[in-house]
Design a protein around this ligand. Structure first.
Ligand SMILES: *[C@@H]1O[C@H](CO)[C@@H](O)[C@H](O)[C@H]1NC(C)=O
Ligand SMILES: *[C@@H]1O[C@H](CO)[C@@H](O)[C@H](O)[C@H]1NC(C)=O
Ligand SMILES: *[C@@H]1O[C@H](CO)[C@@H](O)[C@H](O)[C@H]1NC(C)=O
Ligand SMILES: *[C@@H]1O[C@H](CO)[C@@H](O)[C@H](O)[C@H]1NC(C)=O
Ligand SMILES: *[C@@H]1O[C@H](CO)[C@@H](O)[C@H](O)[C@H]1NC(C)=O
Ligand SMILES: *[C@@H]1O[C@H](CO)[C@@H](O)[C@H](O)[C@H]1NC(C)=O
Ligand SMILES: *[C@@H]1O[C@H](CO)[C@@H](O)[C@H](O)[C@H]1NC(C)=O
Ligand SMILES: [Cu+2]
Length: 577
């Protein structure tokens, strides 16, 4: 007995180390009203999957620092670009009321922070609480440049659920065993699909099921009977993910920093850009259990990363049993098949606001946007730049406009300063051609046109958008993200949206409030919001592989007439192109 206890000790010490690391991770909380942070974007050697890559990080950390603030706090984040690439930082899901200057998407609200330059993002959190995140918004840099942005309720204001014993941010990511910008560059050259990632990660670590990764697997300690809050963020570049924890039920309490009617589930589906907070009660026999995420893939005939990332939920009282002094291998949760749209759809449909909400009913702008891929034909055969299907290059569009990012100015700076020639405001409110969007689309309709087109909204107008996926190239779930706003998701369905019958099924009572929502593959989703935040706001697919192909558009929300209804003046240090 004695001897075996001794041999067990070093192993059980690992638990303690894991706990200490976890405490350090979550101890940076401060109740101060203004938070000042320095972000240095810099290359740093990072070893994953047995190889070391010079990785773009913030402050040498991968993932980057998690920020913890309270509703009502102000932030000033001085970003210094010590890397060799242009960069910007986006504060994903923050409304940035009247302050597009702090939003971050490059060439939309600001010019990039060039190597050697700095820019300080200054903003205030107004009436938002929950889990958001920040990430680079320049080409594919967000593959490694991201972190959590956790907003606690104001002091003295409790959660609408019982206080968890502990909170754990879990950032799901994708790791490429090469420079992600090279993967993007190669795809931009060939016109074909970009390479898939080599691993999924949880807080930057692939976990036990990958080569050279076992030592660093993320551990989540928990006491028997304790309740913990997991703040799950899908920061993966190009993949929707299923997420589950062996033997445990999860109670969803918030999504995209809006509280939800609590419901329990064994599996989550979470798209890039989305966040989901879940409560977990450690009510199972003390042991180790795998926390796991794997792909939900809807595009047909596309290669994808079919691996599974894991972390370990470790009960502190788990017996370090067995003769060899090892814990029994943790149980793996059963994850749905990669194409299990039925499970994804049933899960998403359960997300609702906690009680009745004020959905705009009198609609001033009734918009219908088709979203999806396309192909550009090439004339010269066997052109190395045309490695898409049958000598083509992939494209993507909304209402048949493939969005072209300006290069000489940002849209917001051009608008504010009255610089002509950077954009037009003729983005079509409905598809220029009507056809059977999810049927057998004639090949002649597959090629979008290019443009930098904005859609103008009057301040205060009530907007409804139906986002309709198409079957051009492939049907697919596109996680659509709107900057500067959150919106009610009032309905969704498969096939073509029917404007005569589908609105009768809209949920105008307790729809969820979100900032990112997926189009069901070969289906539609309807959203509503009030255009009460002036500025230029990007709406785009949060699969970066699609964003760079042009699956984006932007709204130009005009100033209102009231005193607090105009865009504030830009900060003096706003980067210029
Ligand atoms: C893409 O994948 C192919 C095949 O696995 C590999 O040979 C190539 O090096 C990869 N290149 C990039 C830039 O991702
Ligand atoms: C993905 O991996 C799972 C489990 O490893 C395997 O059963 C399945 O066949 C794979 N699917 C594809 C499409 O490769
Ligand atoms: C999922 O893919 C498998 C092949 O890997 C196929 O047999 C199955 O029918 C597909 N399921 C759905 C719902 O498309
Ligand atoms: C490519 O060409 C083949 C043969 O003509 C055809 O069957 C296939 O549908 C084409 N694929 C696309 C994406 O156009
Ligand atoms: C592209 O090529 C396909 C056949 O390969 C043809 O059907 C289609 O009309 C062409 N599109 C354009 C815009 O030229
Ligand atoms: C998109 O525009 C191009 C060029 O004007 C046209 O050839 C194509 O048919 C259009 N497709 C759709 C879906 O409107
Ligand atoms: C970086 O940004 C500047 C200013 O917009 C631009 O001129 C330059 O081409 C960008 N560099 C790259 C590599 O995109
Ligand atoms: Cu997409």
């Amino acid at each position: 007995m004695e001897a075996s206890n001794l041999t067990l000790k070093p192993l059980c010490c690992c638990l303690l180390l894991g706990l200490l690391a976890f405490l350090a991770f979550s101890a940076s909380f401060s109740a101060a009203e203004t938070h000042y942070h320095e972000f240095v974007v810099q290359a740093k050697p990072v070893k994953r999957l047995c190889r070391t890559h010079n990785t773009i990080t913030v402050n040498g950390q991968f993932p980057g620092p998690n920020l913890e603030v309270r509703n009502g706090d102000s932030l000033a984040i001085k970003v210094t670009n010590a890397a060799k690439y242009n960069v910007t930082i986006h504060w994903h899901g923050l409304r940035q009321l009247r302050n597009p200057w702090a939003d971050g998407p490059e060439y939309i609200t600001q010019c990039p922070i060039q190597p050697g330059a700095t820019y300080t993002y200054r903003f205030t959190i107004q009436d938002q609480e929950g889990t958001l995140w920040w990430h680079a918004h320049s080409r594919w840099l967000r593959a490694t440049v991201y972190g959590a942005l956790i907003i606690y309720p104001k002091l003295g204001s409790p959660y609408p659920f019982s206080m968890p014993k502990r909170e754990v941010p879990l950032l799901l990511g994708e790791w490429f065993d090469r420079n992600p910008l090279d993967v993007q560059k190669l795809a931009a050259f060939t016109g074909g699909a970009p390479n898939a990632s080599d691993a999924y990660t949880i807080n930057g670590q692939p976990g036990d099921l990958y080569r050279c990764s076992k030592q660093e697997t993320v551990r989540i300690p928990v006491g028997s009977g304790e309740s913990i809050l997991l703040r799950i963020i899908n920061s993966a570049l190009n993949q929707e993910l299923f997420f589950s924890i062996a033997n445990h039920r999860l109670t969803v309490v918030s999504a995209d920093a809006s509280y939800t009617k609590p419901f329990t589930t064994r599996v989550l589906m979470i798209g890039p850009g989305q966040t989901t907070d879940v409560l977990l009660t450690a009510d199972q026999p003390p042991a180790h259990y795998y926390v796991a995420a794997s792909v939900y893939q809807t595009a047909r005939n596309a290669p994808f990363d079919n691996t599974t990332t894991t972390a370990i939920l470790e009960y502190k009282s788990a017996p370090c049993s067995s003769k060899k002094g090892q814990f029994p291998p943790p149980a793996l949760p059963l994850l749905p098949a990669f194409n299990d749209t039925a499970t994804a759809t049933a899960y998403t449909a359960q997300i609702k606001s906690p009680s009745q909400v004020k959905v705009p009913t009198q609609i001033h702008e009734n918009l219908f946007f088709i979203v999806g891929l396309g192909l550009n034909n090439c004339t010269v055969p066997n052109n190395p730049r045309c490695q898409g299907p049958n000598n083509t290059r992939f494209a993507a569009s909304m209402n048949n406009v493939s969005f072209v990012f300006p290069r000489t100015n940002s849209l917001m700076q051009a608008y504010y300063n009255g610089v002509p020639g950077v954009f037009t405001t003729d983005f079509p409110p409905v598809p220029p051609v009507q056809f059977d969007y999810t049927g057998n689309v004639p090949r002649g309709l597959w090629t979008p046109r290019r443009g930098t087109k904005l859609y103008k909204l009057k301040y205060g107008s009530n907007v409804q958008i139906v986002l309709q996926d198409t079957s051009i190239v492939t049907t697919e779930d596109h996680p659509m993200h709107l900057h500067g706003y959150h919106f009610y998701v009032i309905g969704s369905g498969f096939g073509n949206f029917n404007p005569r019958t589908d609105p009768a099924k809209f949920n105008l009572v307790d729809p969820p409030l979100r900032n990112t929502i997926g189009t069901p593959p070969g289906g539609w989703v309807a959203i509503r919001f009030v255009a009460d935040n002036p500025g230029v706001w990007l709406m785009h697919c949060h699969l970066d592989a699609h964003l760079v192909l042009g699956l984006a558009m932007a709204f130009l929300v005009e100033n209102g007439k009231g005193p607090l209804q105009s865009v504030i003046p830009p900060p003096a240090d706003l980067p210029r192109c």
